[in-house]
Ligand binder design. Structure first.
Ligand SMILES: Cc1ncc(COP(=O)(O)O)c(C=O)c1O
Ligand SMILES: Nc1c(O)cccc1C(=O)C[C@H](N)C(=O)O
Length: 411
């Protein structure tokens, strides 16, 4: 059994412990929801204030050149590229994950015009599936969206598969695909592969290059801490950049937007995936937030993430036995992202009671309690404290209060 003293010792010797002070976290709160909305890096508020007052306020429109607003999507993309194993010119920060998925899915399908099938995971995050359904409607009924369970993905690939579209880490269970192996198998069948890295980027090292991924997208507001509604990112492997087209052909993706040419001519490389005017304030927040990673070794982040999640799983064992929580996250390290999830029929009310006791996790229908572990701002001792507070919620039956049953709009 791991004691409080063991955890204190782990915090003492933690090479990432110094990163916590770079985040503004409310006193006493244990935040286990950085997989949904990352915490605020302290430097962001001052930076945004300067961008607003000095750049927007004083330099006004000249800021597009003077402060490089026009290149922000690429500069921020280059910072993300380092975290996902890509070259700086393979990634841009733009739009939302959903919109980026639309762009790369259409681009990929058009690169395989003779094929008609999109394969995905039936448990994929709904927006990914909705985007695929919309793309299918747009292209016509002759396209098939083949949705299968995780262990059926390989068997679902055939010589008609144009695109395999998956999220590396399942948003509910935290189950993680073997990205390199799955990519290889799909490519052997002649398909292109799109990865959604929403629950991967910033959570552990990602190697898009070593996996030979074709396309990828991901969120800016989860483990990258870019703030609510932060711009997402999009990756196009360099080998596809000449042929892949966005189909959302906006002026910012034109070769020379300020020629105001009436006819679309795609920009070089990943730049053609830009659509409209970039959200400078949001991009600036994400830009500054990413600086937190500048001196961080992502291998170290992974080591700590696995220790945190292992400790949580260990600490929860007595609660599973006593109160019926059922672990749904794999114990195997290779199959796990940076979150731990449990099934419990009273999951919603329990999560609300836990939040009221100062531990923020979240609930995912139908019955999942989800806890995200962000190694940059969590301490080992937080893990024990979170388990203790949950134990109290259960032992004292705090979750039974009527107010914890009311479903909020956003869960
Ligand atoms: C796997 C995955 N993809 C996409 C999204 C969201 O996409 P968007 O940024 O368009 O809201 C989420 C969470 O919101 C997610 O978990
Ligand atoms: N994007 C979100 C939002 O706008 C409101 C509430 C939650 C979210 C989320 O990020 C959900 C998240 N993708 C998930 O994994 O469940």
């Amino acid at each position: 059994m791991t004691t409080r003293a063991d955890l204190a010792a782990l915090d003492q010797s933690d090479p990432l412990a110094r990163k916590r002070e770079e985040f503004a976290l409310p006193e006493g709160l244990i935040y286990l929801d950085g997989n949904s909305l990352g915490a605020l890096p302290r430097a962001v508020a001052g930076h945004l204030e300067r961008v607003v007052r000095e750049q927007w306020g004083q330099d006004l429109i000249t800021s597009w050149n003077k402060h490089g607003w026009i290149d922000l999507a690429s500069r921020v993309g280059a910072k993300i590229a380092r975290l996902v194993g890509a070259e700086p010119d393979e990634v841009i920060a733009a739009d939302s994950t959903s919109i980026n998925l639309f762009k790369v899915l259409l681009a990929a399908l058009k690169l395989r015009p003779e094929r008609r099938v999109i394969v995905s995971d039936v448990d994929n995050f709904p927006t990914d599936l909705y985007i695929a359904q919309g793309v299918r409607q747009l292209l016509g009924e002759r396209y098939e969206l083949r949705l299968v369970k995780k262990d059926e993905v390989e068997a679902a690939l055939d010589d008609q598969t144009a695109v395999l579209m998956l999220t590396e880490v399942d948003y509910r269970s935290g189950w993680r695909y073997d990205m390199a192996a799955v990519t290889r198998r799909a490519q052997q069948k002649g398909a292109l592969v799109i990865w959604d890295l929403a629950h991967s980027a910033g959570a552990f090292p990602v190697r898009l290059d070593a996996c030979n991924a074709d396309f990828a997208v991901g969120c800016g507001y989860k483990y990258l801490n870019g703030g609510p509604g932060a711009p997402a990112f999009l990756y196009v492997a360099r080998r596809h950049q000449g042929a892949a087209l966005p189909f959302l052909t906006g002026w910012m993706g034109h070769r020379s937007p300020f020629d105001f040419d009436p006819f679309y001519d795609p920009a070089e490389g990943v730049h053609r995936m830009k659509v409209g005017t970039p959200p400078v304030l949001s991009l600036s927040a994400l830009d500054k937030a990413l600086d937190v990673f500048a001196d961080v070794d992502m291998e170290e982040v992974r080591r700590k993430s696995l220790r945190l999640t292992d400790l949580f799983i260990e600490g929860m064992e007595p609660l599973c036995a006593e109160y019926g929580f059922k672990l749904v996250t794999p114990r195997e390290h290779e199959r796990r992202g940076s979150q731990v999830a449990y099934a419990h029929p009273e999951g919603y009310a329990i999560v609300q009671a836990l939040i009221a006791s100062g531990v923020v996790g979240d609930f995912r229908a139908p019955d999942i309690l989800r806890f995200g572990f962000t190694p940059l701002y969590l301490r080992y001792q937080d893990v024990a404290e979170a388990v203790e507070r949950l134990e109290r919620v259960m032992r004292q039956g705090l979750w039974k209060a009527e107010r914890f049953r009311e479903r909020a709009k956003v869960t």
